[in-house]
Write a protein that binds this ligand. Structure first.
Ligand code: F3S
Length: 445
């Protein structure tokens, strides 16, 4: 069958999509991007917040049109929306032929077979299950960079978050499996691994009795062909001295840490069910910067959490000024059905959430401009990601830039380069988020 696949939501969901694509390819199906030719469409959905659900439903409805006007015979919905609304999807969206839960994505081939035989399939497993699939993923991220998922689910139960309901409690992917996945990716040409999970820092605790991310990283550094390893979704309270040490000493590990903290006011952190206080956050950030002076720190914040007062917001502003994060994403609080926070008193009006977010982003713009300006004159390694022919420049990322969420460096080069090359460049200019530079000399790893 010719299969069109649409992946929505986060990078963890994207890894599930790539595994499903691998299984479909192994079974002899053909993957297509051509809507007019697709015989089966799979939409791997997100259900994190209202807007993500809207996008998922909209995409399903658009794809449903292909059943009326094209060659499409089956429409399958998988992922987080399917998990949460497992009963409603088949009833409310009659065009959908099958639903597949977040821990049953490895059944995708059987689901297609049964659906072709006329069954309306519901494929779900317990949210405690961890599918460990032996396949080569079909990479959708350019061939030289990939996400490596080391865990599933989350035990933190922050009061605003529905992830544990959609993905279950935390399960570490065993070391051997992670290493095998990394080796297969390296063999396929991947040079940058971005380590993901709902949270990466407690990796190992459930299966080995202790946190072992530092050990896993040391093993990953031994995988031939991998040049950059980048850590995403680290929890501040779980950052250990061993972890800081491995980032500091292993040359392949980028001096980069994504550490979502959400707020700084102790009152709000408590209501959010977070396990840190402002002083603890400041301490861990200080420790990271002392040990690794050139570390790039990324975080995310939420404005307008229930009960957030003007004083809490001022606390957050002073924190952003003081901590000077290199990268910052600010989101407005979204009340999610089934969460504790949804029922909390003191819900904040939408406009206030937005104006507080805008204020923080404005503050951050100044911080970011200062940080990028400080890069001018420095020599950096760059992963080339493509060329902008109209401007005659190449575009790439430094160790400071995670794919999709951070900035770029625009490069002048004398010789041709291809995506996936690593080059060394001198930074010659900067705006708030991006850099410009000249290639000094070229080499391919
Ligand atoms: Fe969305 Fe599910 Fe990821 S809710 S953000 S796709 S874990």
């Amino acid at each position: 069958m010719k299969i069109l696949f649409v992946s929505l939501g986060c990078d963890k969901n994207l890894v599930d999509s790539e595994v499903m694509l691998g299984l479909l390819r192994d079974k002899g199906h053909e993957i297509t991007n051509d809507e007019a030719q697709a015989e089966v469409v799979v939409v791997n959905t997100c259900s994190f917040i209202h807007d993500a659900r809207e996008e998922s439903i909209q995409t399903i409805l658009e794809m449903a049109e292909l059943k009326k006007n094209g060659t499409c015979r089956l429409l399958i919905v998988s992922g987080c929306l399917a998990e949460k609304y497992r009963d409603e999807v088949l009833v409310e969206l009659p065009e959908v032929d099958a639903v597949v839960g977040t821990t049953a994505y490895d059944t995708i081939c059987e689901v297609i077979d049964k659906s072709l035989a006329g069954e309306r399939v519901r494929s779900f497993e317990s949210t405690d299950r961890l599918p460990l699939v032996e396949t080569r993923r079909v990479l959708t991220t350019g061939g030289y960079s990939s996400y490596l998922k080391i865990g599933e689910g989350c035990d933190k139960h922050c009061t605003y978050c529905i992830i544990p309901m959609l993905r279950g409690n935390y399960r570490s992917v065993p070391m051997d499996y992670v290493l095998e996945d990394a080796r297969k990716l390296a063999a396929a040409g991947v040079k940058e691994l971005n380590i993901v999970a709902q949270e990466t820092t407690t990796w190992g605790k459930d299966i080995y009795g202790e946190k072992r991310l530092h050990q896993l990283l040391r093993e990953l550094c031994k995988v031939e062909g991998i040049h950059w390893i980048r850590l995403l979704y680290c929890y501040p309270e779980e950052i250990t001295d061993e972890l800081i040490d491995v980032i500091r000493t292993e040359p392949k590990i980028c001096h980069y840490l994504d550490m979502p903290i959400q707020h700084s006011s102790d009152a709000i952190l408590r209501r959010m069910g977070r396990r840190t206080s402002r002083i603890e956050l400041e301490t861990v950030i200080g420790k990271l910067r002392k040990a690794i002076p050139d570390i790039t720190l990324r975080t995310t914040l939420i404005t307008g959490f229930p009960g957030e007062t003007e004083e809490d917001h001022e606390d957050l502003k002073s924190f952003v000024r003081k901590m000077e994060f290199d990268r910052l994403g600010v989101f407005t609080y979204s009340p999610e059905e089934g969460t504790t926070a949804e029922k909390m008193a003191g819900q904040v009006p939408e406009e206030l959430k937005e104006s507080r977010r805008d204020e923080l982003m404005l503050l951050q713009q100044q911080v970011s401009a200062k940080k990028t300006a400080a890069m001018i004159g420095k020599t950096v390694e760059v992963l080339v990601e493509g060329r902008i022919p109209e401007e005659g420049v190449y575009v790439g990322r430094t160790y400071r830039d995670a794919p999709e969420v951070d900035g770029y460096i625009f490069l002048n080069a004398q010789e041709e380069m291809i995506s996936g090359d690593f080059v060394t460049a001198e930074v010659t200019g900067a705006d708030e988020y991006d850099l410009t530079g000249d290639v000094i000399y070229e080499f391919t790893k």
